[in-house]
Design a protein around this ligand. Structure first.
Ligand SMILES: *Cc1c(COP(=O)(O)O)cnc(C)c1O
Length: 392
C-alpha cells in the first residue's frame, strides 16, 4: 500500500507494510537472507552512508521484519516501529537508546518481574536508578520525579490485579517535567488501547503474548516517533543486534491480521467469566476492568475498548482453596504465560510473586487466595465448568 494513513484499523491490520515482489505473491514472503547484494560499488557506498534507502544486513534491515514493523506502527498510530528478539530486549533498547548515566526512571509498581530485574540489577549498574510508585496514585508519580528523571514507565492494566494507570493524565505530568512516557502495551495491544493517541511517547511490546496470540514465538517491538525510536532506539538495535528473526516476524505479521478479532473474543470470554465468578459463593472478589464493580471501571471505559483477557479473583479459603481450584482443573493450562488461545491459570503468591517477602506481597495486594486466569478462546462454558470443579 502506498499511503497507509487513509486506511482504517482493520484494513491496516491485514495490509499495511506489504510490498509485493515481482513474483506477485499474495501472502508476505519470509526473506531468509542475512545479507544483500548491491548493484555497484557506488550503490553499496550510498547504502552504508545512509544516503540511499535499502537493505544492508539483516541485523537491522530485513523486508519481512520491516513489514511487521510498519504494520504494528500503523496499528499503534506511531511514526516508527523497531522490532526486537524479545519483549525484554525491546525494553532494554528503549532504556539504553534514550538514557544517559545518572538519569532516572519512575515506574509503576508491580510491572513484569524481568523488567524489575532489568531496572534494578542491570540499569542500576550503569548508574540509571528507578523508583516505583503505586500505579493509580498521580500525586506519587509527580512527587517521585527528580530533575534527572527522564522516563515514566508503566503497564496498564497491572498484572495480576488489573489496576489501571490514567495514561492521559500521566502523559501530561511527564511532559510538564520534560520526561517521556513509555507504556508497555502488551496486555491490551493496539486493538484495545492506543497509548500514543492518549499522549504517551513510546509503546513497548512483548509480541510473544497477544500479537502472536498462539504461544509459538518470542519477540518484541518499540513504537514511537522518528527521532526517539527511528534513530535512538534503532541505533541500539543496529549496533547491539538483539534482532527479530524474519521467521518470527512473519508469525507476528500473521498474528496482527487477526489481532482485533482475537482481542475482542478474549475480552468477551473474560467478561462472561468474571460475571460468573462474581456469583460464586467460594469467591471473595473479582478484579476485571470490564466489571462495573472494578474501582476504575469509568477510566477503563475511557481508555480501553474493552476489558482484555486477564481476570483475577480471590477465593475465601486462602492458599488451600486456591490450590484446590487449580489442581482440580483438567483443561486449563497451569502456567504463568498469557496471551495464548488456551486459557492459563496461575497462583501468583507462590509463583510469579513467590520470591517476595510475605509483607511485600501483602503490600502489593497479592493474597494467598488470589488466582490469575488469562482467558483463552475456548468455549467459556467449558472454562467455567473446569474452574467450578474445585470450588464445591
Ligand atoms: C512477557 C512480558 C514482557 C517480556 O517479554 P518477552 O517477550 O518474554 O521478553 C514484558 N512485559 C510484559 C507485560 C510481559 O507480559
Amino acid at each position: 500500500m502506498t499511503d497507509d494513513n487513509e486506511y482504517r484499523f482493520d484494513t491496516l491490520a491485514v495490509r499495511a507494510g506489504q510490498v509485493r515482489t515481482p513474483e506477485g505473491e499474495h501472502s508476505e514472503p519470509i526473506f531468509a537472507t542475512s545479507s544483500y547484494v548491491f548493484g555497484s560499488a557506488a550503490e553499496a557506498a550510498a547504502r552504508f552512508a545512509g544516503d540511499e534507502p535499502g537493505n544492508i544486513y539483516s541485523r537491522f534491515t530485513n523486508p519481512t521484519v520491516r513489514t511487521f514493523e510498519e504494520r504494528l506502527a500503523a496499528l499503534e498510530g506511531g511514526e516508527r516501529c523497531v522490532a526486537f528478539a524479545s519483549g525484554m530486549s525491546a525494553i532494554l533498547a528503549t532504556c539504553l537508546g534514550l538514557l544517559q548515566q545518572g538519569e532516572h526512571i519512575v515506574s509503576s509498581r508491580g510491572i513484569f518481574g524481568s523488567t524489575v530485574m532489568l531496572f534494578n540489577n542491570y540499569l542500576a549498574k550503569l548508574g540509571i536508578a528507578t523508583d516505583y510508585v503505586p500505579i493509580s496514585d498521580l500525586e506519587a508519580w509527580e512527587a517521585a520525579i527528580r530533575p534527572e528523571t527522564r522516563l515514566l514507565f508503566l503497564e496498564t492494566p497491572s498484572n495480576p490485579l488489573t489496576e489501571l494507570a490514567d495514561i492521559a493524565a500521566l502523559a501530561e505530568i511527564a511532559h510538564r517535567h520534560g520526561c517521556l512516557l513509555v507504556v508497555d502495551n502488551c496486555f491490551c495491544t493496539p486493538a484495545l488501547q492506543r497509548p500514543l493517541d492518549l499522549g504517551a511517547d513510546i509503546v513497548v511490546h512483548s509480541a510473544t503474548k497477544y500479537i502472536d496470540g498462539q504461544g509459538r514465538a518470542v519477540g518484541g517491538a518499540v513504537v514511537g516517533d522518528r527521532e526517539q525510536v527511528g534513530e535512538k532506539v534503532f541505533g541500539f538495535l543496529r549496533t547491539a543486534g538483539p534482532s527479530l528473526s524474519p521467521f518470527n516476524a512473519w508469525i507476528f505479521l500473521k498474528g496482527l491480521e487477526t489481532l482485533r478479532l482475537r482481542m475482542e473474543a478474549h475480552s468477551r470470554n473474560a467478561l462472561e467469566l468474571a460475571r460468573w465468578l462474581e456469583g460464586q459463593p467460594a469467591v471473595e472478589r473479582v478484579l476485571y476492568p470490564g466489571l462495573p464493580s472494578h474501582p476504575q471501571h469509568e477510566l477503563a471505559g475511557r481508555q480501553m475498548r474493552c476489558g482484555g483477557g486477564i481476570v483475577a479473583f480471590e477465593l475465601k479459603g486462602g492458599k488451600e482453596a486456591a490450590w484446590r481450584v487449580i489442581d482440580a482443573t483438567r483443561m486449563l493450562s497451569i502456567t504463568a504465560n498469557l496471551g495464548d488461545t488456551r486459557t492459563t491459570i496461575t497462583h501468583p503468591a507462590t509463583t510469579t510473586h513467590g520470591r517476595l517477602t510475605p509483607e511485600a506481597r501483602a503490600e502489593a495486594g497479592i493474597s494467598d487466595g488470589l488466582i490469575r486466569v488469562a482467558v483463552g478462546l475456548e468455549d467459556v462454558a467449558d472454562i467455567q465448568a473446569d474452574l467450578a470443579r474445585g470450588m464445591g
